[in-house]
Design a protein around this ligand. Structure first.
Ligand SMILES: O=C(O)CCC(=O)C(=O)O
Length: 267
């Protein structure tokens, strides 16, 4: 099975149908060069400080020769706009409110650079922490990977196993079921919480740069602790929409605080 690829002008319903069917979809042409440059320049000071591990430890989840930084909402206004991207939120509306849910939240934000010589990452599912549910789990997550540089088969383009969101937990992916998400800079790859994926090996001489933003049902524990990564003094200066989606908003009865400055921050 291939990764369906759809250009930005196409009907949103086609994107949602492809994601539902394959568990993954690429949308091309969503992010311009100016925005990509802004993201790199705003995150540059943080990425530069990341120590690159040269001696890869194959038992580690994160391969060596890579750079990763998170807390992106606090660090980059350009990423803040991506978090609220219409196409992403449309997919979240479609896949994360199906059970009469009250809403969803940002689950993880990270910039990921895959350097020359990096090995392939172990395949995993965004749902992996939610062991309460048997496989195939109900969908709890929509993930997006924004290509800031081109993603190619030889430079660490994300590996995806189309259709694996419908598998039970006992089935491993065969080599010929694993597909590299090749996409030009400015594209975005979406996948669902149950879809097997991981960073590809980088056999080229350039670095692959992507921004991963995942969204989860509003009643789940977020993978990235947004209250520490975007503390109240920073959150206060964000737009109400951005503040809400990172978690400064109640989900039904969940998330109240006696500190009105935190739990019910005035606009
Ligand atoms: O970098 C990628 O392409 C995927 C990264 C990923 O899935 C992870 O770090 O959990």
């Amino acid at each position: 099975m291939l990764i369906p690829t759809i250009s930005v002008g196409s009907a949103r319903e086609r994107v949602a149908e492809a994601l539902d069917e394959a568990g993954c979809v690429v949308v091309t042409g969503l992010l311009g060069e100016t925005e990509r440059k802004a993201i790199r320049s705003e995150l540059g000071p943080y990425m530069e400080k990341v120590r690159v591990v040269e001696d890869d430890d194959p038992t580690q989840f994160y391969p060596g020769r890579t750079r990763r930084t998170s807390a992106l909402v606090a660090r980059s206004a350009a990423v803040g706009k991506l978090v609220l991207d219409d196409c992403s939120l449309g997919l979240c509306d479609r896949f994360l409110t199906t059970n009469g849910e009250f809403g969803y939240q940002l689950h993880v934000s990270a910039a990921l650079e895959i350097g020359p010589g990096a090995r392939r990452q172990v395949l995993h599912r965004e749902h992996d922490s939610f062991t309460f549910f048997p496989h195939p789990r109900p969908n709890m997550i929509v993930a997006s990977m924004w290509a800031i540089t081109d993603f190619r088969a030889d430079n660490g383009g994300t590996l995806i196993v189309p259709g694996s969101h419908k598998w039970n937990g006992e089935r491993d992916a065969m080599e010929d079921e694993i597909v590299e998400a090749e996409m030009p800079a400015g594209s975005v790859l979406y996948w669902l919480g149950g879809t097997l994926h991981g960073a590809g090996a980088n056999k080229s001489s350039d670095w692959r740069y992507g921004v991963i933003l995942t969204y989860s049902l509003g009643w789940l524990r977020q993978e990235e602790n947004q209250y520490l990564d975007v503390p109240p003094e920073v959150a206060r200066n964000l737009s109400p929409e951005l503040r809400d989606i990172i978690g400064y908003k109640m989900y039904d009865a969940l998330g109240f605080s006696t500190n009105r400055q935190v739990g019910q921050m005035p606009d």
